[in-house]
Design a protein around this ligand. Structure first.
Ligand code: FAD
Length: 431
């Protein structure tokens, strides 16, 4: 679609809302805004603090800006990056979603570079066919650009075809690993899931997970019984786990040297030990905490912003909020930000009080973790659950892609794996 005009929005002009990042958080914002505009029930069934009979008079223009040309199912990356069958369908081009084919929606492929909070303008560098730098002004901005993670944890390609080539080459590397030996470095949630999926899909390979601490998931705010159970499940699934080891790693030579001098040369090494950084360099330092997360208020606007005049929202993994970073949380935050923009517009038109905003609550730690054929869940009042049946209920057979798309009412556009659709689950993974 054509890039929209780049001049300043006027009061009479449509209200321009830019959503930067079109994954779980961002796409939910766009879809919720469209539901609000259409006066339909919200697909992410949250209640609004204003009457749904109230309608904003001003027209809308929604710009979805993403450096990728589609919605990638990051939760499913551990599966997509070991199983050829799952590579293509886990990246859906935005153009494949009919709900986004509307005159008020513009999809722009580009990477956000700078946000000027005062002038309400941003610059982005085009990706794909248009690679120059452009600027846009806006009335409202939703930032949903997630954490920066390296390949092969998530795609670094900006287009589907390159991503498929990268993923297939990566899978071939696992398939052809010398002596069928694979080592995963890092026993956080990503490393645990990656190791479990490799063993599950390549059962004749030896898969070893190496972690520097005495428990897997050591950085997560989860009880010991969950972490201990995760270790047991990993071992049941056939993954060898080495704890309290911090080998030096030469990725090119595929060589690990342990503290006692032991050298190991696996056929394939996967690094899952990096610290993920929020992709928020486009904001001034004053909007960020010391780790780069965006400081937000209860309504998910920038903390520094006047709550009576909200303009900038940050949602999903980049927002400094309580709880473990999860896709389900990102998705609901996307809904809250969209509702609050609509509430702000209703207030501007004198139709509601300024207090008609939704607040993002304190969220206690909760998680869903896929480990090979089994999954583990933990949530308040539920304790630790695990097993093959937990996997079916929580993730189905595609690490939650069908559930996610059903939750967003986008399942109609998900043909390739539809035949495998599990029955009866309507929850997002990790909720
Ligand atoms: C391997 C793995 C497994 C996981 N498993 C689970 C799980 O089982 N359950 C669960 O709930 N969560 C899981 N998570 C966490 C979950 O994926 C994140 O919480 C979720 O992706 C956050 O969504 P988001 O919309 O905030 O950001 P992201 O999903 O990270 O999306 C960010 C979007 O912004 C775009 N973008 C980034 N920078 C820019 C820029 N400068 N300009 C324009 N666009 C940009 C990206 O292309 C992307 O589309 C997992 C994460 C990983 C890595």
């Amino acid at each position: 679609m054509a890039i929209p005009r780049v001049d300043s929005p006027q009061q009479s002009a449509p209200c321009r809302i830019v959503v930067a990042g079109g994954s779980y958080g961002g796409i939910t914002s766009v879809l919720t805004l469209l539901d609000l505009i259409d006066g339909k029930p919200l697909r992410v069934g949250l209640e609004t603090q204003f009457s749904r009979d109230l309608r904003v008079q001003r027209k809308f223009e929604i710009v979805l800006l993403d450096k990728r040309e589609g919605f990638f199912h990051t939760v499913g990356a551990p599966l997509a990056h070991v199983s050829r069958r799952h590579v293509k369908p886990f990246w859906r081009k935005f153009a494949s979603f009919d709900d986004l084919h509307r005159p008020e929606v513009h999809i722009v492929q580009g990477s956000l570079k700078n946000v000027d909070l005062e002038s309400k303008s941003l610059t982005f560098k085009g990706c794909g066919s248009g690679s120059g730098e452009s600027s846009l002004t806006y009335d409202y901005l939703i930032l949903a650009t997630g954490l920066q993670r390296p390949w092969p944890i998530v795609p670094t390609a900006d287009n589907h075809d390159q991503y498929v080539r990268d993923a297939e080459a990566h899978i071939a590397g696992i398939e052809n690993a010398r002596e069928k030996s694979v080592v995963v470095i890092g026993g956080g949630a990503v490393g645990v899931e990656m190791a479990g999926e490799i063993k599950n899909h390549h059962p004749n390979h030896s898969v070893t997970l190496v972690h520097s601490r005495s428990q897997v998931l050591s950085n997560e705010p989860l009880p010991d019984d969950f972490k201990d159970r995760a270790l047991e499940v990993l071992r049941e699934e056939g993954v060898e786990v080495l704890l309290n080891e911090r080998p030096s790693v030469d990725l090119d030579a595929k060589e690990l040297v342990f503290a006692d001098g032991r050298e190991v040369n696996p056929g394939f090494v996967l690094m899952a030990a990096s610290k993920w950084i929020p992709g928020t360099m486009y904001l001034p330092d004053s909007a960020l905490d010391e780790e780069g997360y965006v400081k937000v208020s209860a309504t998910l606007t920038l903390a520094s912003e006047d709550s009576k005049n909200p303009t900038h929202f940050a949602i999903g993994d980049i927002a400094r909020v309580s709880g473990i970073k999860r896709a389900g949380a990102a998705l609901r935050m996307g809904c809250v930000a969209a509702i609050n923009i609509y509430a702000a517009m209703l207030a501007q038109e004198g139709l509601t009080e300024e207090s008609a905003y939704n607040d993002w609550p304190e969220v206690p730690p909760m998680i869903a973790l896929a480990v090979g054929k089994q999954a583990l869940t933990f949530g308040p009042g539920q304790g630790t659950k695990w097993g093959v049946d937990v996997m079916e209920q929580t993730f189905g057979d595609d690490l939650g892609w069908t559930f996610s798309l059903r939750y967003l009412d986008l399942l109609d556009y998900y043909e390739p794996l539809k035949a495998h659709e599990p029955v009866g689950a309507d929850v997002m993974p990790g909720q």
